[in-house]
Design a protein around this ligand. Structure first.
Ligand SMILES: [Zn+2]
Length: 247
């Protein structure tokens, strides 16, 4: 029987060093969808950010059923936390626990969305103008200094407020890898949202750039190294990459 592979392919995947895979939701516009990171561990796997969640991740990504999965959201915005409800173990910063548990279009910044963001509607009655993600109460909160242990590899939690109050990054010292969410990515940084604090964003950028980085796996767009991170920071400071500054 002929099957349309294109329709079945809900996620694009890309493999990186150290057992890291990037998943991208094919139904969401490329300039809007977040990077969903899957990290393989000996005893358990880690998912960092969960996308819009319009499609089942565990049902379509076979590797996700090989080991128990801990899902961490770098923050509670709609493009990162939409799929969190699909996971049994759900971690995020306590400062955004209320948003994960009781998401609204306002507190998850869905008001930024329009029809151009959705490339494939998940159902006939789907409406991006009223959509919000399903509640995903955290099963545990994480904060600065906490360690997420996959058995053979450890990820340290960095609290990096600015984009949102409970933004976190995960740092693997052994490989010099940091997963930054929206605290740092290679694009215009969103520092203009209702709970953004640009001064904190700058402090968070300084913190990331002062680390002995090997690679930055960001919340959106491509991964990059320490030099690019410093360039992005400098361009943010000059206003070039700030939503608050006219370009
Ligand atoms: Zn965000």
């Amino acid at each position: 029987m002929a099957r349309n592979e294109g329709q079945l392919r809900m996620f694009e995947t890309q493999s990186f060093d150290n057992g890291v895979t990037r998943l991208l939701e094919t139904g969401i516009a490329a300039d809007w969808r977040c990077n969903i990171w899957h990290i393989r561990g000996r005893d358990r796997d880690l998912i960092i950010d969960t996308g819009f969640g319009l499609q089942s991740m565990s049902g379509t990504v076979a590797r996700l059923s090989e080991r128990p999965v801990i899902a961490v959201c770098t923050h509670s915005h709609h493009d990162h936390a939409g799929g969190l409800c699909q996971f049994d173990q759900r971690l995020g910063h306590g400062l955004e626990a209320d948003i994960f548990a009781k998401p609204t279009r306002e507190n998850t910044v869905c008001d930024l969305l329009d029809a151009t963001v959705i490339r494939a509607e998940p159902s006939r009655d789907f409406d991006i103008n009223t959509w919000c993600y399903q509640p995903a109460p955290l099963t545990g909160t994480i904060d600065e200094g906490d360690v997420i242990d996959l058995g053979d590899r450890q990820f340290q939690v960095l609290h990096l407020p600015g984009h949102s109050p409970g933004s976190v990054a995960l740092w693997e010292a052994a490989t010099g890898t940091v997963f930054t969410g929206d605290a740092l990515y290679d694009g215009i940084l969103y520092d203009h949202l209702y709970h953004s604090v640009p001064e904190q964003m700058m402090e968070s950028l300084n913190r990331i750039c002062d680390m002995p980085l090997s690679v930055v796996h960001a919340g959106h767009f491509s991964s990059f190294g320490p030099d690019r991170a410093k360039t992005i920071k400098a361009e943010y400071l000059s206003g070039k990459r700030s939503m608050l500054c006219p370009r």
